[in-house]
Design a protein around this ligand. Structure first.
Ligand code: UDX
Length: 465
């Protein structure tokens, strides 16, 4: 029976090798742990074993190859082997939104805990990292202790993960805080051992009960979503009054109590976390009888969705009042730059609405084309930026990739039918576009707003996308 590795450090398994799990497995192996990545998807495991990351994440492929070559990172679909191998098991499977309600779908979490527990025959710690409704960890503790031949020698802890796509390696290796939700001192001790490299760097750790740890994650994501929707609500007020939301956000950001991060106005949030997490949180709060306490999250969601329809309105306005038959170039498909993730992607939602209004839509994204084509086969796709904008009546820049931010407006202008652009992310230099003959529009900004260099520099520093 396996116990600890030669260096005396606990052996780790990571169940679920998607975005979160693959990154966690690779990073822990890079810190010197022996790690076994576990998944039910054999194709994914084959790719990972060959050093091939199945999604776009800057810097991860190099780290994966090093970890695999070092022999410290292996992969399997065998839960008996995993149960035997691990002293500490991290559960990193997804908790998507259910198809017919706002609730989180816990089937994958339940299956991972159950299959592992059934095979664990010695003391072990199972650590949930997936985002789950409050109360899940307590239920799972009972479940695993019932199922495992080791009974109460199997402990459960919760360690929420706050990594951002596009910064996954950095966020995992150098988190701004660690949260250990535990019900025993021995579980806290084991987690301190596993996260020693981060703790040695001075990373703050907050030790909590299981429920607080579950709540920290959804509360953090709810706060971030609220902050984005707050500035986008202000954009609506700006649109009705002629005020400029970009200048407003800049002025607010200098107040250190408010801060500029996640205060970037525009098309709003998407992705695999914020949208589904606020819905699942509101749903769970209602089940717990405290729905009113977070009823504002429904408004946060509604504001976010109005940004999408309002962007379509702005494109229509620039197209002369009607979309039918107009050629619209959509720049961006991923939910944010440096990602190929299209889950709840605002850009593709807008592209689909334009298509439904009979516009001729041409989409280009530097990384998310394959995913976009699979999910939105009805749209047209271009292989390059210039091909996408060829003969366009309106260009809509909806995901702020560097390729779009850095593009030369004069050069772009030579390829379009009409120089008209909607900057869905407040990421382009309005003056540079206007001075080369473009009609430039952005949500929440007057039609004649100007770029102020100092302010936009400061915004980039304070308000990273
Ligand atoms: C988020 C959380 O940041 C992370 O802590 C959690 O673990 C998972 O969910 P992620 O989904 O990778 O991470 O993306 P994030 O960088 O948070 O951006 C979310 C969305 O908000 C993107 O669509 C982005 O374009 C949008 N956004 C972000 C804004 O519209 N304005 C902002 O100021 C910031």
């Amino acid at each position: 029976m396996a116990t600890r590795n030669a260096g005396g450090r606990p052996r780790l398994t990571v169940i679920g090798t998607g975005y979160l799990g693959a990154t966690h497995a690779v990073c822990m192996a890079s810190l010197g742990f022996e790690v076994l990545g576990v998944d039910v998807d054999r194709d994914k495991l084959d790719r990972l074993e060959n050093g091939d990351v199945p999604f776009f994440e800057p810097g991860l492929a190099e780290q994966l190859r090093q970890a695999v070559d070092s022999g410290r990172l292996q992969f399997t679909d065998d839960f008996v082997r995993a149960a035997d191998f691990g002293d500490v098991h991290f559960i990193c499977v997804g908790t998507p939104q259910t198809a017919d309600s706002p609730a989180a779908d816990l089937r994958f979490v339940d299956a991972a805990f159950s299959r592992l527990a059934e095979n664990i025959t010695r003391p072990a710690l199972i650590v949930g990292k997936s985002t789950v409704p409050i109360g899940t960890a307590e239920r799972l503790t009972e479940l695993v202790q019932d199922l495992s031949p080791a009974g109460e020698a199997v402990d459960v802890a919760w360690n929420p993960e706050f990594l951002r796509e596009g910064h996954a390696v950095q966020d995992t290796l150098h988190p701004d805080r660690l949260v250990f939700g535990v019900c025993s001192e021995s579980a806290a001790e084991k987690l301190r051992e596993v996260f020693a490299p981060m703790l040695d760097e001075g990373t703050p750790v907050i030790i909590t009960d299981l429920k607080t740890a579950e709540l920290v994650k959804v509360a953090a994501n709810a706060f971030l979503a609220t902050k984005i929707s707050y500035i986008n609500a202000m954009a609506e007020v700006c649109e009705a009054t002629g005020a400029d939301v970009n200048l407003l956000a800049t002025a607010l950001s200098y107040d250190s109590r408010i801060g500029g991060r996640f205060l970037k106005p525009g098309l709003g949030f998407g992705g695999g976390c914020l949208p589904k997490d606020i819905r699942a949180f509101a749903h769970r709060a209602e089940e717990l009888g405290v729905g009113q306490a977070v009823s504002f999250l429904r408004e946060v969601d509604a504001i976010n969705h109005r940004r999408r329809t309002r962007t379509v309105d702005l494109v229509r306005e620039l197209a002369g009042g009607a979309l039918a038959g107009k050629r619209i170039a959509v720049l961006g498909a991923a939910f944010k730059p440096n990602s190929d993730d299209i889950r709840d992607a605002p850009a593709l939602d807008v592209a689909a609405m334009l298509h439904d209004a009979d516009a001729i839509v041409s989409v280009y994204d530097p990384a998310a084309m394959d995913n976009a084509k699979r999910a939105y086969p009805q749209l047209r796709y271009a292989d390059t930026l210039l091909e996408a904008i060829k003969d366009a009546d309106v260009v809509a820049m909806l995901t702020e990739w560097d390729e779009f931010r850095d593009a030369d407006p004069e050069k772009l202008g030579q390829h379009v039918a009409l120089r008209r652009i909607v900057d869905g992310r407040h990421a382009l230099d309005a003056d540079a576009y206007r001075s080369t003959g473009w009609e430039y529009r952005a949500l929440g900004r007057p039609a004649d707003s100007h770029t102020v260099a100092l302010i936009s520099d400061k915004q980039d520093e304070l308000i990273p996308g």
